[in-house]
Write a protein that binds this ligand. Structure first.
Ligand SMILES: *[C@@H]1O[C@H](CO)[C@@H](O)[C@H](O)[C@H]1NC(C)=O
Length: 410
């Protein structure tokens, strides 16, 4: 319980010098302390469009502020509710320092889809042209970033900050925000944010980010689109992960699809308030039980392939089985990881060309599901060029019980 409610108000100069925070009582902030139509953005070197409004935790250890930048992403705007350090670190990313990198982002003028109202399910996006695996569906910048740690503030203060944040967004962007659906009762801003939030990593911490267009995509446990977050570009990319025909709904996953049906149902209900209706959830119990059984084996094989000790039972055949299981489950995005396991398994037995083949396959999928700049992508690119120079090369050659595999090496 927090007995005293305090907040801080950072003026522009204070925000820059970063050494003094004034505490006042809450009424002052909400009524008149914040010049909402201030000319802050014109003040020399002040990067935000408004004076940040802030609250501190009771112990004054952390201060959370609303940092608003209306010019971000060609005027789409963004507000960031976090600590001063995190907010200013974001400003150093290319998305802010070099706005041209976002030139092709947030383009919704001639999209490859139409909005459609599905009875009993709500709106969704339906492809209106053929999309091939790898085609971009859209890419977008967040309009809201909220630090999950800001929940340590008393609720009334956190709500005051997010309400203030929405007011600071450009009018078009505010309209996009209000068009979003919530799923619970309660505060209308909080409900919309918590219903539509996506967790992303920024500078090593989990931030909750909101992309209004992303929220139009419905969930499927076996989705046909994959997405990733590029922290430097501050952009969320969505690509087709398999071919999509005109008339087909474009779907993404909201949850971990390697979990069994019961777990998926529970999480979707708890976090988004809907009953999973995709075929992998609603098929005949005999079929969903078999699907669960494949998922358990996927988990088990992953552990086997991760075992690099001398008693490991990992072989290329184990990796081939893993790939086959992902294919049966139609987990197209997750194949990125299965191909990586296969590349490493073949490499570990000195089988160069199979390693190259699976490294190539892994790069292609990983770029769509993990991101262009992801570490796994870089690693698999190296493997595709030169398996002999990677850490796994011949790692398992000559291990006990593997003599038949070694005989196959070439
Ligand atoms: C698909 O629909 C969008 C509207 O959402 C439209 O702008 C676009 O031209 C359409 N594309 C095709 C190929 O019909």
């Amino acid at each position: 319980m927090r007995s005293t409610i305090t907040f801080s108000f950072l003026g522009g100069a204070l925000a820059l010098t970063n050494n003094k925070i004034d505490y006042m009582n809450q009424k002052v902030l909400l009524n008149d302390a914040c010049p909402s139509d201030s000319t802050a953005s014109k003040a020399a070197n002040f990067p935000w469009s408004f004076w940040p409004e802030c609250f501190s935790t009771e112990d004054k250890e952390n201060t959370y502020c609303v940092f608003s930048h209306q010019g971000f992403a060609s005027g789409r705007g963004i507000f960031i509710l976090t600590t001063e350090d995190f907010a200013y670190a974001m400003l150093d990313k290319p998305a802010f320092t070099n706005p041209e990198v976002l030139a092709t982002v947030n383009q919704y003028d001639n999209p490859p889809f139409v909005q459609h109202e599905f009875p009993g399910k709500g709106r969704g996006l339906v492809a209106n042209k053929t999309l091939h695996r790898g085609d971009e569906i859209f890419s977008s910048t967040p309009i809201i970033i909220t630090d999950s740690d800001a929940y340590e503030l008393p609720t009334s203060e956190r709500l005051a900050l997010i309400h203030r944040g929405v007011e600071t967004l450009p009018p078009d962007t505010q309209a996009r925000f209000w068009a979003l659906m919530g799923h619970a009762n309660g505060d209308p801003v909080d409900d919309r944010i918590s219903t539509n939030n996506f967790d992303t990593m920024i500078d090593g911490v989990t931030q909750q980010t909101l992309f209004p267009e992303l929220s139009m995509l419905n969930h499927d446990c076996r989705p046909n689109a994959a997405y990733f977050w590029d922290e430097q570009m501050m952009t969320h990319y969505i690509h087709a992960i398999r071919d999509i025909r005109p008339g087909e709904e474009i779907t993404i996953t909201y949850t971990d699809n390697e979990k069994d049906r019961k777990t998926r149902l529970k999480r979707l209900e708890a976090n988004w308030g809907f009953k999973c209706a995709c075929s992998a959830c609603t098929a005949h119990p005999e079929l969903t039980a078999e699907s669960d059984s494949r998922l358990y084996q996927i988990t088990h094989l992953g552990r086997t392939l991760d075992d690099w000790t001398s008693s490991s039972s990992a072989t290329p055949e184990v990796a081939e089985l893993l790939i086959s299981l992902y294919e049966q489950e139609r987990l197209d995005a997750n194949l990125a990881t299965a191909y990586k396991y296969a590349a490493e398994a073949y490499s570990s037995f000195g089988r160069k060309w199979e390693a190259v083949k699976y490294a190539r396959l892994s790069v292609e999928r990983s770029m769509l599901d993990k991101g262009f700049a992801d570490g796994d992508v870089a690693e698999m690119k190296k493997m595709a060029e030169n398996p002999e120079m990677t850490w796994s090369w011949k790692k398992r050659v000559g291990l006990t019980g593997k003599s038949c595999e070694c005989g196959n090496a070439h």
